[in-house]
Design a protein around this ligand. Sequence first.
Ligand code: MRU
Length: 353
Amino acid sequence: MQSVELDISVTADDAILWRDDVLYLLDQRRLPQEERFIRCQDAADTAEAIRAMVVRGAPAIGITAAYGVALAVRQRYAEAPEHWRGRVAQDMQLLARARPTAVNLFWALERCRRELETVAGGDPFPPMLVLAQRLHEQDRAMNRRMGEFGASLIEGPTAVITHCNAGGLATGGHGTALGVIRSAFAQGRITEVFADETRPWLQGARLTAWELVRDGIPVQLMADGAACARMGAGGIGWIIVGSDRIAANGDVANKIGTFSLAVAARHHGVKFMVAAPTSTIDPDTASGADIPIEHRAAEEILNCAGCPVAAAGAGAWNPVFDVTPAQLVDAIVTEKGVILAPDAAKIAHHLSG
Ligand code: MRU
């Protein structure tokens, strides 16, 4: 993976760029200090960028994987115009292994697989690039619709809490949870945002704060453990988060710490909203117990920003997502509308509509 600086004024909606027939990913590991891009020329680069969290956030991972398939198709067709399909299938397996929890990755790869089946002969690269660009554009449009649906639930004016980063950086643009926050702030329904810093990767401190400050939306960071006390202090109307996978019964996988926010929200009578496109709902996963939860290296906990913080010899438990039971969710908001008090029947009805 090659790191480069691009001659553009970077916004959160530029995290995934197709330029001069190459994929550029804003290196989110370096934000907010540096705005550099990683250049991906093939599926291996793209899979490594997803694994290493150059790009992260469920919808962004899916869109990136679709561009990765386009890169794979171009490379393998040039190498062997008669036998490219087998090699592309291997590249798609590599992409699928990059991260396990965000179902948008597998959803996007399935869309690519179906598109590849329709390619009869000739160069398969143009239709696969068109598909990746269409998924990218559709995600932006869905987030704008989701923003309006989510905002309509917030009576306000109120402060809200968000966790991790579910903004433009985590999507094709605008964001899911931050999309709702942007729309609601523009309508005067949200006064300020309390953002969990989100240990260990600090997506809240590094990414959510970066986005909100640039938008002029007041943001106060908190240590993750402060959220419960903040709810107790009053003035918080909603918790608004994104998701990596929503099971068929409405259980929600999201960044580690989301479950404890939901428990604390119910205790304090604060409402809990999950904003996610329907591509995040996985009808093949019956309940949260069936969602594969990614565990990452102990070093992520034992260090902070590259500096050791733990006593030498300590181990670490590092699941990076948890599952919030559907009973604790007041609303799931998708591009199609709102599911209040979600359960299996409502989710199935929403998907079929
Ligand atoms: O580990 P990450 O940074 O990829 O985790 C991201 C999240 O948990 C987000 O909340 C989720 O993907 C929704 S992004 C719109």
